[in-house]
Design a protein around this ligand. Sequence first.
Ligand SMILES: [Zn+2]
Length: 309
Amino acid sequence: MPRHMHQPRRLGRWVGPLVTVLAVALVATGIWWFTSTLPDNGGTANPPATAPSSAAASVTPSGVSTEGPTASATASPSDVPASSAPSTAPATNPATGRVDTLGGLVPDYVLPPIVDGLAPVLTKVPTEQKVVFLTIDDGAVKRDSDLALLEANGIKASLFLANNFVAGDPRFYKKYTAAGHLIENHTMSHNLGFINLSYEDQKAEICGMADFEEQQYGRRPVFFRPPGGPYTLATRQAVAACGLKAIVDWETKANAGNMDYQVGAGLRPGDIVLMHFRPEFPQDLAAFMAAQKAAGLKVVLLEDYLATK
Ligand SMILES: [Zn+2]
């Protein structure tokens, strides 16, 4: 019955061990290839079905490759920890294409769409979740030490820059974008009489800055903040016409080293906090962080929470 065992009698002594050695070598090569290709995370060759779950979680879904600069920026952190950070490796959010600040939090609020050509307005995010958003405006004072303070405290912010404040050295804010902060739109000239401008002039202020920021920083802003805060229907219309998604104002400020609340006496979940690039930045940030910790809130990026790119 076992014909093949009888047939090659003279070779029989060799075939068995040879096959075993070959098989072992093949398996070893396979394992080596598999483990050595995994951390590189090319995303093309790896068979997803056999990838360990931790690696699968850090592999980014399709959307990322569309954005050149952020794709390479988000690829590097997921390269490194493959072995050291099993399941806590930061995953890229498929909605935004960024490794986000949410830390697994699933937002309970969705930004309303543009209706009748009018962008929605937010002064606070209506949420029960323990999050707070930091926004920093204008861009007048440019110091590496302020960025270092944010980084040391693990805080990411949305920066509403106006062209007249940054035009002399717009590249300075590349340091912020490289560190994961996002740049939004605060007009070209920071005209405090903004709402008195015609629709066309408001649109030129907003679209002009959106184009400028897209060119300088490689990402088109999604939010607009009018100089001083006030807006009209024409502003909401111009914001939408320039391709932005919302007007973002505030109900809380960190100002002159203190917190300033329009409502209540402390930070609430969903508060949007206004700060500025001013000489007192360190004192303002300290006031913000004290209030944020007292309220037990996590600082997350508004763009992450609202899933905007
Ligand atoms: Zn301003």
